[in-house]
Design a protein around this ligand. Structure first.
Ligand code: ADP
Ligand code: ADP
Length: 220
């Protein structure tokens, strides 16, 4: 059973090879840490998985098929990509309500996810004034809105304080405990070893290691 499957994936931007023959799989009910330095090709891989960018060659599959619906419906997959990119003159509540409405999700669910990410108290405040940490929480709320079985978080701990980092770690663990599939990227090994069951480590678009955290620890 493989919920996420990347097979011989390659993506070039002009002369830059962002992803170079990458293959890995992610099983349900687990947190997989997608680890590598900045520029390694993590975001590109996630964008292709989410149907937001096209592969040059190879395949990136979710639940056995090519995914093309990040925008709607949000029931199958939820994603947090670049929280910095959230520009909205609206309140957090209105931002999510708009997203919910276009996905035929009720307003009650909006209140629920705002509570879940700890933004209930600032739900009426404008997103434009949010810190990066608050935007990360809002992006996670958007990802959770459709109650999806597959979640992808791209560098979710950026901009968070230690409490926020701990919170995200616990959230990812509980999502996996519910049987969901979580792929989370980071450039920090110290973060991933505390969060992930498995590690997919890449550099320059290529696979360096695909291992469990325990196996890796045994090697040191
Ligand atoms: P990571 O998420 O691991 O930091 P990225 O996937 O963002 O890595 O980037 C991988 C490589 O592809 C980098 O060299 C980056 O500059 C390049 N790249 C990513 N997106 C684009 C794009 N839209 N146009 C040109 N180059 C890109
Ligand atoms: P609006 O009506 O507010 O324009 P959009 O459908 O255009 O709503 O999406 C608003 C924002 O939510 C966009 O930045 C989009 O990338 C993001 N988004 C859409 N679908 C998802 C999803 N499944 N998970 C996370 N963010 C999403």
């Amino acid at each position: 059973e493989r919920v996420i499957e990347v097979r011989e994936l390659t993506k070039s931007y002009g002369r830059t090879v962002a992803v170079d023959g990458l293959s890995f799989q992610v099983k349900p009910g687990s947190v997989t840490g997608f680890l590598g330095p900045n520029g390694a090709g993590k975001s590109t891989t996630m964008r292709i998985l989410l149907g937001l960018d096209a592969a040059s060659s190879g395949e990136a599959l979710i639940n056995g098929g090519r995914y093309t619906g990040l925008r709607r419906p949000m029931y199958e997959v939820g994603a947090l990509l670049d929280a910095n990119a959230v520009h909205s003159g609206r309140s957090a509540f209105d931002h999510l309500r708009c997203l919910a409405r276009s996905n035929r999700i009720g307003t009650r669910r909006v209140a629920e996810v705002l509570e879940q990410v700890g933004l209930a108290g600032v739900a009426r405040k404008r997103v434009g004034g949010f810190s990066l940490g608050m935007k990360q929480r809002l992006g996670i709320a958007a990802a959770l809105l459709g109650d999806p079985g597959v979640l992808m978080f791209d560098e979710p701990v950026n901009g968070l304080d230690p409490d926020g980092v701990r919170w995200i770690r616990e959230l990812m663990r509980s999502l996996a405990a519910e049987g969901r599939t979580v792929l989370v990227s980071s450039h920090l090994m110290s973060e991933m070893e505390l969060t992930a069951d498995r590690l997919v480590i890449i550099g320059r678009g290529r696979l360096i290691a695909d291992t469990s955290v325990r196996e890796l620890a045994d090697r040191f």
